[in-house]
Design a binder for this molecule. Structure first.
Ligand SMILES: Cc1cc2nc3c(=O)[nH]c(=O)nc-3n(C[C@H](O)[C@H](O)[C@H](O)COP(=O)(O)OP(=O)(O)OC[C@H]3O[C@@H](n4cnc5c(N)ncnc54)[C@H](O)[C@@H]3O)c2cc1C
Length: 510
């Protein structure tokens, strides 16, 4: 039995050990000798001044202050820093935990009759303010944790009907006896849900081909205030705009996803992988593009720039971590061809292993370092290959300048999380000394500068982290105006009272 951290990532038991913390602090001190790295303990949530609930207790509803507090934010850096500072802000008035789909319908009906907003909640790992009641009246957070079963498996078509509230590990555990797997492993896999992945169009394990959870989705069942939408199970369909595509990425603003038929596969039996070091970033980018365009479809094709490789893979040069997998056929020949495409890149040992280890510890280490007033956060995008060099230069310059102005100094790293034949999905990391008491404002300033650079350089405001509340200003600029109007029309048709996650995807006046 483990305890979820109320203020940061994961479980209390898996938080950084004292030795790990000391090593992290020593590493930072070696490069930033003047940084104030004083440790700040997280406040006891029971001592925080949580506003009283404005909703009478009723069946399925919890109005417990600590429960409500634990549902008030996601798990972005700015959520962690506000929690650490004891800033309570707005919390939901109640947390409703439906046990059946009919309960979901009943909660929506009750909220509609009582003019209460509803925020669907999966694992609460949003990094974009997606589950945060911000500038709202009375709010019920609808936590789907009890809708956690694999209901039906179709081994012939290799698909399963799965409830939306299931967490990643439980989902895989329930599929295992059937010899099948979803193989959707976002970094947040352990604490995020199928419904959350679908609602945010999460990016998972595969670096190519099946990058977003969309590609694994066969059909969806969604409860809206106007009724239930269930799409037909089909391997493909040309019958007009896809209902699934309307709800994938709808971020709780158009309906509550209760179930999905998901496409499965057998676990891989054949694997081959290698890490390749390059003399220059430009050569590494070129080789990655050639592989992305080769039709080889590596499962992993993660390019780390020198700063990222130095921090997390023990190499001072650009490193490409490559892996192929298949349940059906050997993949060594695919790896061999990919290595040919790497040209003069040099195969190195150990980088992939070290990268994977760092990758899993990163969220815990981010939070530990926030306790020492370090700013450690990420932002991500995607763009076409022809624009990448310029976007990368603009974004790196904007981030470096923002760090200089806000923190005096800092490091910007880059890696590709996913690659497509027509472009990469670059993911940036920021490491800088912050000021205790001002961390959230400092990050917000940096984030605004980099978001501006992303959107003006032709990238997307998000490749897989979703829009939420934090990305709304840039999303509104990125999408075509007529599409924005069409989305508002869909919102008005499905949720005419505007109950569902107000402020996300559509503005409240439209
Ligand atoms: C350390 C860390 C690593 C991460 N790594 C990744 C990654 O590798 N790839 C990636 O894509 N994202 C990643 N994320 C972001 C986040 O985990 C994803 O957005 C994830 O899909 C959210 O799932 P969740 O169940 O936690 O949803 P929540 O955070 O609970 O909700 C997210 C949004 O979806 C809505 N929602 C949730 N469930 C439903 C439902 N059943 N019906 C309708 N709407 C719903 C909510 O209202 C909210 O708008 C990461 C986040 C953190 C903190």
């Amino acid at each position: 039995m483990t305890t979820r951290s109320w203020w940061g990532w994961g479980t209390v038991e898996d938080a950084v050990t004292p030795e790990e913390r000391r090593a992290l602090v020593d590493r930072v001190r070696a490069v930033l000798p003047d940084a104030d790295l004083t440790f700040h303990e997280a406040p006891d949530p029971a001592t925080l001044d949580v506003p009283a609930s404005r909703i009478e207790p009723r069946a399925l509803f919890s109005t417990d202050p600590v429960d409500r507090l634990a549902h008030a934010r996601g798990k972005a850096y700015r959520d962690v820093t506000r929690n650490l500072a004891g800033e309570v802000g707005q919390v939901p008035d109640a947390v409703a935990r439906p046990r059946t789909e009919q309960d979901v319908v009943d909660v929506l009906d009750w909220c509609a009759s009582n003019d209460v907003s509803v925020i669907p909640f999966g694992g609460g790992t949003s990094v974009v303010g997606g589950v945060e009641p911000r500038d709202l009246g009375r709010v019920v957070t609808l936590d789907l944790q009890h809708l956690d079963q694999v209901l039906e498996v179709d081994p012939t078509s290799r698909a399963a009907r799965i409830q939306a509230g299931v967490l990643g590990p439980s989902l895989e555990q329930q599929l295992k006896p059937h010899g099948l797997t979803l193989r959707h492993f976002p970094q947040s896999f352990e604490f995020s849900t199928l419904g959350g992945w679908l609602a945010t169009r999460a990016g998972g394990h595969y670096a190519t081909l099946y990058t977003h959870v969309d590609d694994l989705t066969e059909s969806l069942r969604v409860v809206t205030p106007q009724g239930i939408s269930e799409s037909r199970r089909l391997p493909g369909s040309g019958a007009g705009p896809s209902p699934d595509r309307l709800f994938l990425g709808s971020e709780g603003a158009l309906g509550v996803i209760t179930e999905a038929w998901m496409r499965l596969q057998e676990p891989p039996r054949h694997r081959a992988g290698a890490s390749v070091r390059f003399a220059s970033w430009e050569r590494a980018v070129e080789a990655t593009r050639l592989i992305a365009q080769s039709g080889l479809h590596p499962a992993n094709c993660r390019l780390l720039n020198p700063a990222e490789a130095f921090l997390n893979a023990g190499s001072p040069s650009s490193v490409l971590v490559l892996a192929f997998e298949s349940a059906d056929h050997p993949v060594d020949a695919l790896l061999a061809r990919a290595l040919e495409l790497c040209g003069d890149g040099e195969v190195v040992e150990g980088a992939a292993r070290q990268w994977r280890k760092s990758f899993l510890r990163m969220p815990y280490q981010r939070d530990a370092m926030a306790q020492h007033a370090m700013i450690t956060e990420t932002f991500e995008t995607a763009c076409t290959w022809d624009r990448f060099a310029e976007l990368h230069a603009n974004v790196t310059a904007a981030a470096t300048e923002a760090l200089r102005q806000v923190c005096g100094i800092g490091i910007v790293t880059c890696r590709f999380t996913h690659v497509y034949p027509d472009g990469p999905a670059p993911y940036y990391g920021i490491y800088a000394p912050g000021r205790w008491g001002g961390l959230t404002a400092q990050w917000d300033e940096i984030k605004a500068a980099v978001s501006e650079a992303l959107v003006t350089s032709g990238g997307t405001i998000t490749h897989h982290h979703a829009v939420g509340r934090d990305h709304m200003p840039w999303y509104a600029r990125q999408r075509p105006d007529v599409f924005g109007a069409a989305l508002s029309g869909a919102k008005a048709a499905l949720d005419p009272q505007g109950l569902l996650n107000p402020g996300v995807l559509t503005t409240r006046s439209t």
